[in-house]
Design a protein around this ligand. Structure first.
Ligand code: FUB
Ligand code: ZN
Length: 625
């Protein structure tokens, strides 16, 4: 099988890191290993049924037949493409004849709908005059981008070029239409920029890289009405904060980072760095981004409401994609820390444990109103979380000429090519429930190279044991620790990361979190759900700052989780009766003692509906005993 990498920076001149293919990593743990199994057995087949059931795949067949009875929704083609990408990575990871059969059928359907000139967008199949006219609203370029990514994943997974040829014909058509000598215009929804760079990496055709640059540089000239939601209010290089529609903004940054990786355009990198720092003031503790419902957009700095958190699943997926590209540029662990936060929290909450229900928005507090759905009319999130999970094995490691970079932890066996030689690397761990990781390094031949071991930013104490001897150098959380030596077959390293439940406070300007704490243990953010705390309303909880938190692994609960327990208080909100406000002196005096149980945020809403909360009141009102 070919090397199925996610983002191919193998030859990118400005990349410090090179990819390790999805199919080089075998996850054997009960966390990600199980998720990927559910993805293969449940998510991919049920999404296929939804795509068929809602006519999205049939639209392509109808176009091929000349049947005009199409169900037209502008972004529908992209849902099929994202599914193809997810199915392709899934197939690369583990062969499955059912997935292969579905994929072949869908690929045939897509390819059969292409026009003679290469155009492919079912919405305008019969309306040639409207093509490429309404870039603000229509998603032609966005869908094309998703097709390119799907085609590349399918080619890398199977070696079959049918869809790649379709993608090339469409890319050539777009390159004929747009460009300095053709039509001007920026994509209403970025996506095609990063996809064109990947097409350049896949095919070596420079015109695709040029086109990606062209689209990026067209932005901010008012061609999209100067709308801030579309990030058209300023040229990209003049942006100083993350604004606008979150998925659009982050996909745009993905494209710009990809262009930097190939061109080394410093002005792009400086902007990206500025935007990343801005985003760090606009991101939930879960890694969710895009806090506003209005425009599905980023808010101001620290504007992070909990109940009305938008935090679209697609934006979390995009967040991983962009941080991955920044990591490829810099090899800096701050980007991996964000990736880890998002995958264990704000992205993973987007899919149910049964693998067939999805959140579109991901609130951090709820009264039991939100439940995951099987599908959506605008179904961007389900196949997006599927493609992220399917490609996740490809996010575990990278290489550089100096050695192997270990980004994520899970029991696994991987076969990594380093400077032309094979190194087998195994991890034994109960991560994310325990912080002990045993690495075994099996080089083909004894060899000198470095292992770059990521020490997460959340980790307060860490001990590293190399071949039974403690590694004495200072180890900094939020960095990669370099261990350079001669590696022999069977060498072991133990990474012992302290993992304790910790109370986290927000920056004081996150007004909704004033005097509140969140519980975090390792990479996992916790929440309280009513079903585990039936004796009180979880919104009433008051956590004493000196609380002793206890932890317990519960294999039978929610597919196996560590539950965090503790003794706290509850305020009696019923005493407000029908009033909204009370003089402080009349505040209910008694606080009731309670025992509470917290579960990982990603696992909420997998049982019966009820109130949920992440940020817990922590200051006991003064007039209380
Ligand atoms: O417009 C396509 C997708 O639908 C966006 O990326 C999502 O935010 C949703 O609006
Ligand atoms: Zn979405």
């Amino acid at each position: 099988m070919s090397k199925c990498v996610v983002v191919d920076t193998t030859k990118s001149p400005w990349a410090r890191l090179r990819p390790v293919p999805v199919n080089a990593v075998k996850l054997r743990d009960s966390f990600w290993g199980n998720r990927i199994e559910v993805l293969r057995k449940v998510t991919i087949p049920t999404q296929y049924e939804e795509l068929e059931g809602t006519g999205r795949i049939e639209n392509f067949r109808k176009v091929a037949r000349g049947d005009k009875d199409i169900i037209w929704r502008i972004a529908d083609d992209s849902d099929v493409y994202k599914w193809v990408e997810a199915a392709a990575f899934t197939l690369a990871y583990e062969y499955d004849s059912n997935i292969e059969r579905m994929l072949e059928e869908v690929v045939d359907a897509i390819s059969s709908a292409q026009d003679e000139d290469g155009y492919l967008f079912t919405y305008y199949a019969y309306d040639k005059r409207s093509r490429w006219k309404d870039l603000i609203r229509m998603h032609e370029l966005y869908c094309a981008g998703h097709l390119f990514q799907a085609a590349i994943a399918y080619y890398r997974a199977t070696g079959r070029d049918k869809l790649l040829n379709t993608a090339i014909r469409l890319a050539d058509h777009i390159a004929d239409v747009f460009g300095p000598d053709g039509q001007s215009g920026a994509p209403g929804h970025p996506e095609i920029e990063m996809a064109l760079v990947e097409m350049y990496r896949q095919t070596g055709r420079e015109k695709y890289l040029e086109l990606a640059r062209f689209f990026l540089d067209q932005r901010g000239k008012g061609l999209l009405g100067g709308d801030i939601v579309l990030i058209d209010h300023k040229p990209f290089r003049e942006l100083d904060s993350m604004v606008g529609h979150a998925v659009r903004a982050i996909y745009l940054c993905c494209g710009a980072t990809d262009i930097y990786l190939e061109t080394g355009d410093e002005s792009l990198y400086n902007t990206l760095e500025r935007l990343w720092r801005s985003m760090m003031k606009r991101m939930y503790i879960t890694g969710g981004v895009g806090s506003r419902y209005h425009g599905e957009a980023f808010g101001e700095d620290y504007e992070l409401p909990n109940v009305r958190a938008y935090a679209e699943t697609c934006a979390a997926v995009a967040n991983v994609m962009w941080n991955w590209r920044m990591l490829m540029v810099t090899a800096e662990a701050r980007f991996t820390d964000v990736i880890e936060t998002v995958i264990y929290n704000g992205a993973l909450s987007g899919i149910s444990l049964d693998g067939r229900h999805y959140f579109y928005v991901n609130p951090l507090a709820d009264r039991g109103r939100h439940s995951r759905q099987e599908w959506f009319r605008c179904a961007c999130c389900p196949p997006n979380i599927a493609r992220l999970l399917a490609s996740l094995p490809g996010y575990f490691y990278s290489t550089s000429s100096k050695g192997i970079w270990i980004h994520l932890y899970a029991s696994s066996t991987s076969t990594i090519e380093l400077n032309g030689r094979i190194v087998e690397l195994t991890q034994e761990t109960k991560y994310p429930w325990e912080g002990r990781v045993k690495l075994k390094v099996n080089p083909e031949k004894t060899d000198t190279f470095s292992l770059f071991i990521r020490i997460p930013e959340w980790c307060e104490e860490v001990k590293i044991i190399v071949e039974k001897k403690e590694f004495k150098r200072k180890v900094l959380p939020g960095s990669y620790l370099k261990i350079e030596r001669d590696w022999h077959y069977g060498d072991t390293i133990e990474v012992l990361m302290s993992m304790k439940p910790t109370l986290i406070v927000s920056h004081p300007h996150v007004l909704g979190n004033t005097d509140r704490v969140a519980i975090k243990r390792g990479p996992i953010v916790y929440c309280l759900e009513h079903i585990d705390n039936p004796d009180f309303d979880v919104w009433d909880i008051v956590i004493p700052p000196d609380i002793q938190l206890k932890e317990e692994f519960r294999p039978e609960l929610l597919n196996g989780i560590v539950v965090v327990r503790g003794r706290a208080f509850v305020i009696d909100s019923k005493r407000w009766e029908n009033r909204l406000y009370l003089p402080l002196k009349n505040m209910p005096l008694e606080l009731r003692k309670v025992e509470f149980r917290a579960i990982p945020y990603y696992a909420w809403a997998n049982r019966e509906p009820g109130p949920m909360i992440v940020w817990l009141r922590s200051i006991v009102p003064k007039n209380n005993p």
